[in-house]
Design a protein around this ligand. Structure first.
Ligand SMILES: Cc1cc2nc3c(=O)[nH]c(=O)nc-3n(C[C@H](O)[C@H](O)[C@H](O)COP(=O)(O)OP(=O)(O)OC[C@H]3O[C@@H](n4cnc5c(N)ncnc54)[C@H](O)[C@@H]3O)c2cc1C
Ligand code: FES
Length: 364
């Protein structure tokens, strides 16, 4: 039986031959990031210090050849072929909240901009504990920037699940048992298309989470740059609000990107934060049709036009894979270490997550 050793954590893990490395690490609750699980996002990077793995089927952007030459691998795209020794890329401020399985009810659904909705949920039962008491397993704890898997019934009564990032703060969830999500609705979307159809005020949804490692690191000292595309603004508002609520005095700067001006939302909340916190700045950037008063172009270009020096900074990114991948790559090229770039790209789900009738559709 092959062994996976991680000297930094004093661990020796047993694995099956040909087993997926990320599966082994997650089974043993090793503090490693992951998101897409198919070699696209780069969240599951680790260092192969000794031994060999069968690494294949990943996107070159997720693991550039220069990093591969330094021994970096993607755990999700690696199969175990013998004993290996690993180093972890980012173990600072590792936080692991218990994974919960909860029933929630929709408190309200509000349109923030055309086809962009805020979905506010109240936790009503703990499914894992089999209890009607929402607090049976304790309050729902997460770190700003994390996401959860939401499931709802479609018109045929089938459960459909997708990942969504918490847009409210961890404090609201812990004390009020309420969670907010910002969701772009596409009428043909298997889950988002249910908003306003089967997902209405009072509807029961199921939630599993929290997940994700692109969360706010409270011990970091230095500037914070939060960059979002579209509804990636939800988790980035949670990150900057939490940083400011924690009394951070370094610059906290939000770059909120949108494709079109009609999609812009959240201005009032950003203005309120700027009024209360002199160290907070928000830049709203509209790619295609910015009117006078709003900045035009791509959000990453705006960030790199304004900021030349990322010394001691941390960057948090959420939204479309194209934005997250391009901005992450540029930050690394400008010298920001990988451990200071915390990114969750909103990848489309794997084909098996689609209802049977939709199998075979092209990925958008
Ligand atoms: C970590 C994470 C966090 C996220 N957070 C958010 C968030 O906060 N807010 C938010 O709005 N979104 C978020 N997302 C994206 C979200 O999970 C969904 O992918 C998105 O909402 C699309 O779901 P849908 O129901 O609208 O559409 P889907 O039905 O899932 O369709 C999505 C795309 O897949 C294509 N497709 C349809 N059928 C198939 C098929 N059979 N095979 C392959 N492709 C197909 C469609 O053409 C479409 O372009 C997040 C994603 C991840 C991974
Ligand atoms: S989880 Fe491995 S690359 Fe995304």
């Amino acid at each position: 039986m092959p062994t996976v050793s991680i000297p930094a954590l004093g661990l020796q893990l047993q694995a099956e031959a040909d087993e997926n490395l990320l599966k082994v690490l997650r089974r043993h609750r090793v503090p490693i990031g992951w998101s897409c699980r198919r070699g696209e996002c780069g969240s599951c990077k680790c260092v192969l210090e000794r031994g060999e793995v069968d690494l294949r089927g990943y996107q070159p952007g997720a693991l550039p050849a220069s990093q591969r030459e330094q021994g970096i691998i993607l755990a999700c795209s690696s199969r175990i072929v013998g004993d290996v020794q690993l180093g972890l890329v980012d173990t600072d401020d590792y936080i692991e909240h218990p994974l919960r399985s909860l029933a929630c009810r929709v408190l309200w659904l509000r349109e923030l901009a055309p086809e962009i909705f805020a979905l506010r949920l109240r936790i009503v039962a703990d499914l894992a504990q089999g209890s009607e008491d929402a607090s049976a397993g304790g309050p729902f704890l997460f770190s700003a920037g994390q996401y959860a898997h939401l499931r709802a019934r479609d018109a045929r009564g089938e459960w459909i699940g997708r990942d969504f990032s918490m847009a409210g703060t961890p404090v609201e969830a812990e004390y009020d048992g309420e969670l907010e999500f910002h969701i772009r609705r596409t009428p043909a979307g298997s889950f988002s298309g249910l908003l306003g159809a089967t997902i209405l005020e009072g509807t029961e949804l199921h939630l599993e989470g929290p997940m994700g490692r692109a969360y706010f690191r409270p011990r970091h000292e230095g500037p914070v740059y939060a960059v979002s595309a579209g509804t990636g603004l939800g988790p980035m508002l949670s990150v900057v609000q939490t940083a400011l609520d924690n009394g951070k005095t370094d610059p906290v700067v939000l770059y909120a990107g949108f494709r079109n001006v009609s999609e812009v939302y959240g201005l009032e909340r950003m203005e309120q934060m700027a009024r209360r916190h002199p160290n907070f700045q928000a830049h709203v950037v509209v790619e295609f049709d910015a009117p006078g008063g709003l900045r035009g172009g791509r959000v990453g270009d705006a960030l790199f036009a304004d900021v030349k020096d990322f010394q001691d900074a941390k960057a948090y990114l959420a939204g479309s894979p194209a934005m997250v991948e391009a901005v992450s790559a540029e930050l690394l090229a400008r010298g920001l270490p990988m451990r200071d770039v915390h990114a969750d790209a909103f990848y489309a789900p794997a084909p098996e997550a689609f209802p049977a009738g939709q199998a075979g559709l092209a990925r958008g």
